[in-house]
Design a protein around this ligand. Sequence first.
Ligand code: PEP
Length: 248
Amino acid sequence: MARRFFIGGNWKCNGTLKSIEDLLSTLNGADLAKPLPEVVVAPTYVHLAWVKSKLREDFAVAAQNSWIKGSGAYTGEISPEILKDLGIPWVILGHSERRTLCSESSQVVADKTKYALDKGLAVILCVGETLEQREAGKTFDTVAEQLKPVAGALSSWTAVVVAYEPVWAIGTGKVATPEQAQEVHAYIRSWLTDNVSPEVSDTTRLIYGGSVTAKNSAELGSAKDIDGFLVGGASLKPDFVEIIKSAP
Ligand code: PEP
């Protein structure tokens, strides 16, 4: 079945009023051929509502994280209910920076994913191995360990996009080869067939993240099981428009 190509831009902890205004004018002014891939950008929380109000209507916004529960006495957190109320449709969960720097376990990521989906958000769920895990031959095991609690928690995957992001490729300039990325995407698809259902495996978009640029996006995007990208560094630059244009 045809899966609509998906391109996410993760702005991480970046942006000033001036740099975001410049980026918005680049994105809003881009002349893009139809049909467009699905394009979603994730500014910081404080910029989110503003970016949403200024961004072209054929692109959407995502939060970079959401709280594991509803609104309440959780200082510094943002609940899926708050995001929903603001009209934010997407959230990124399980990014390796949050798994590593904020000690989010695969179970926490699964619980956050379930809660966000239950409240009506769509989720970009990130998985991926470290260099050490890859070199130890544990890439597939790592990805399976990250997906397992999610499969246990969810009753529907229709609003989930899975981002395979090898940690060694994030922000390093060391992009996975199309063969390396395809191999893991094919594994994730077969894992979904075996552990969720053939239908979920067939319909869920699997996107690649890790040093995607306008130079490598067309080749990566032509791999059979790569349904799009999650882009970090290059999503802050005009390069992002070229990546969108390179979508198959
Ligand atoms: C990311 O942070 O999700 C990412 C893929 O970053 P980069 O494109 O900079 O490697």
